[in-house]
Write a protein that binds this ligand. Structure first.
Ligand code: NOJ
Ligand code: CA
Length: 549
């Protein structure tokens, strides 16, 4: 398999696999995933059938936030390898027909980035300071933060530069992640150079971290009581630090850079904004190509709720941009666990962390959800380990946890456990570590490893491989925006995209398909003509066919 270089619209219908690099594959046995490990495992992704990979930040970093604290945008974290290793990953991925999306972190740098070190060492008022947000503290002794903004990771969004000095700096995330000031006249040029550096090396696009956060109200006013303190921008106009209109101008500039390449490079935004209407502002032929849709992350396993998310997302986007579907990523509780606990929102899932969970039920639903999201129009993201049916690891001892995010206690480590590759007797099941990985793996994961699932017709891995192959085969050009619903009762989702019909049963009673239905894939086992509760089926519907029930 190789891809068609002339298919400039690949991102409109891609299956994109998220590589959490530190936990994917360890090539040198030190317990930390790396680029050599990733390169060695590319054939696995080729066989899985993904169109592209998105690799979480690979840059030099002190590692206070899993690499989202970058100290050099044009280098590689030595724990992960070298620039030559990155080049080798890109070349080998391309040879196998897999496109490569890197992760860009433009909202903040590390406090160890030379820009910040220079700014911190400069006198107040020096131009070097303009790259970040420095402000004098409040109160007679300047010992109160300059305003009431809160860090997403808990506590004030301001840290005092020196214990007694007047100045504080802004960080919407960890204190080691000072926010950049995008009104600095030099900054945009610096980032153009970063884009070109990686585009020249052959990457196909960037995922943009905190894409809704780059611009701030230069007055830095206090948040009002009604302003959202969370990651969400809020529907209201004029939030002082989320989802501001000026941000889109930055992306217009980036789009021109991306479009100057052949083939054009692409962007996917991580933009937590209130509703598709707001999201749409980022997406246009002269701004960004696509954005994650996080609607399914908090959505309960409920037919009406899921259908509402799907309908609203598609209707909200219209034809401006392809739909995107995300069930899990490195920031949220894995969906096997969410579905096994039948929570109704992401917040509730967090509150119920560690409570009893029915993982068999969760896995059954996760299999059905895979067929649901892979049948929908647009692009689907698969987080590493989803294809193995991995659950959240909730019993990690506090001593091994590393995530600084205190506001989502106990942090996000439980979805970042190394991938189990084989039951080879090592503590992290063939991840590559000679001892254990940077986070410990549950003993039970040997049975979920790739080598164990490989070739097992009933495994989650086989389901994903088959689904991706069928999806590829049945896709027709132009069906990215095509969705036709069938009415099959309140607990059933049934729809057709092109020649692919999908039926998901979220109710308690089996659903019988039409006797002539050509079932090509089932997430359950048993009679393919019956869609059991918490399972899904794919039906081949040749042109115009609608014989599902
Ligand atoms: C979103 C990333 O996905 C998350 O892991 C990170 O902590 C924040 N952005 C801050 O960069
Ligand atoms: Ca390693």
């Amino acid at each position: 398999m190789s891809y068609d270089d002339a298919d400039h619209d690949w991102w409109q219908h891609a299956v994109i696999y998220q590589i959490y690099l530190r936990s994917f594959a360890d090539g040198n046995g030190d317990g930390i995933g790396d680029l050599t490990g990733l390169r060695q495992r590319l054939p696995y992704l080729h066989e899985l059938g993904v169109d592209a990979i998105w690799i979480t930040p690979w840059y030099p970093t002190p590692g206070v936030d899993g690499g989202y604290d970058v100290s050099d945008y044009c280098g590689i974290n030595p724990e992960y390898g070298t620039l030559a290793d990155a080049d080798a990953v890109i070349a080998e991925a391309h040879r196998l027909g897999i496109r490569v999306i890197a992760d860009l972190v433009p909202n903040h740098t590390s406090d160890q980035h030379p820009w910040f070190r220079r700014a911190a060492a400069a006198e107040p008022g020096d131009a070097a300071r303009d790259r970040y947000w420095f402000r004098p503290g409040r109160g007679e002794r300047a010992d109160q933060p300059p305003n009431n903004w809160q860090s997403l990771f808990g506590g004030p969004a301001w840290t005092r530069l020196t214990p007694d000095g007047p100045d504080w700096y802004l960080h919407l995330f960890a204190a080691g992640q000072p926010d950049l000031n995008w009104t600095d006249p030099q900054l945009a040029g610096e980032f153009d150079a970063v884009l070109r550096f990686w585009f020249d090396r052959g990457i196909d696009g960037f995922r943009i971290d905190v894409a809704h956060g780059l611009s701030k109200d230069p007055q830095l006013p206090d948040l009002l009581a009604e302003d959202e303190q969370t990651l969400l921008g809020g529907a209201q106009q004029g939030h002082p630090h989320w989802d501001r209109d000026e941000t889109i101008d930055i992306y217009r500039r980036w789009r021109a850079v991306a479009d100057s390449y052949d083939p054009p490079r692409v962007f996917v935004a991580e933009a937590w904004v209130e509703g598709t209407e707001r999201l749409r502002r980022y997406l246009s032929p002269d701004a960004l190509h696509s954005a994650f849709n996080f609607g399914l992350l908090g959505c309960p396993w409920d037919a009406a709720a899921l259908r509402r998310e799907i309908v609203d997302h598609l209707a909200g986007l219209g034809r401006t941009a392809p739909a995107t579907w995300v069930l899990s990523n490195h920031d949220v509780i894995r969906h096997v666990t969410r579905y096994g606990r039948a929570q109704t929102s992401l917040d509730e899932a967090r509150q119920r962390y560690g409570e009893p969970v029915d993982l068999d039920l969760g896995r059954r639903r996760a299999r059905a959800a895979a067929l649901l999201t892979l049948a929908l129009p647009g692009s689907t993201y698969v987080y590493q380990g989803d294809e193995l049916g991995l659950a959240e690891v909730e019993d990690l001892p506090a001593a091994v946890r590393q995530d600084p995010n205190a506001s989502e206690a106990p942090g996000r480590d439980g979805c970042r456990i190394p991938i189990p590759w084989a039951p080879d007797g090592t503590p992290s099941h063939g991840f590559g570590a000679t001892d254990r990985g940077w986070l410990p793996s549950p003993p039970g994961w040997a049975g979920l490893s790739v080598a164990v699932q490989d070739g097992d017709p009933d495994s989650s891995l086989t389901l994903y491989r088959t689904a991706l192959a069928v999806r590829r085969k049945l896709r027709a050009p132009g069906d990215e925006h095509d969705l036709h619903w069938f009415e099959a009762g309140p607990a059933v989702l049934a729809f057709r995209r092109g020649a692919l019909g999908c039926v998901v049963n979220l109710g308690a009673e089996p659903v019988r398909l039409n006797a002539g239905a050509n079932v090509v894939l089932s997430s359950g086992s048993g009679d393919p003509g019956v869609v059991e509760p918490d399972t899904a089926a794919w039906v081949h519907l040749p042109a115009g066919g609608d014989e599902l029930f």
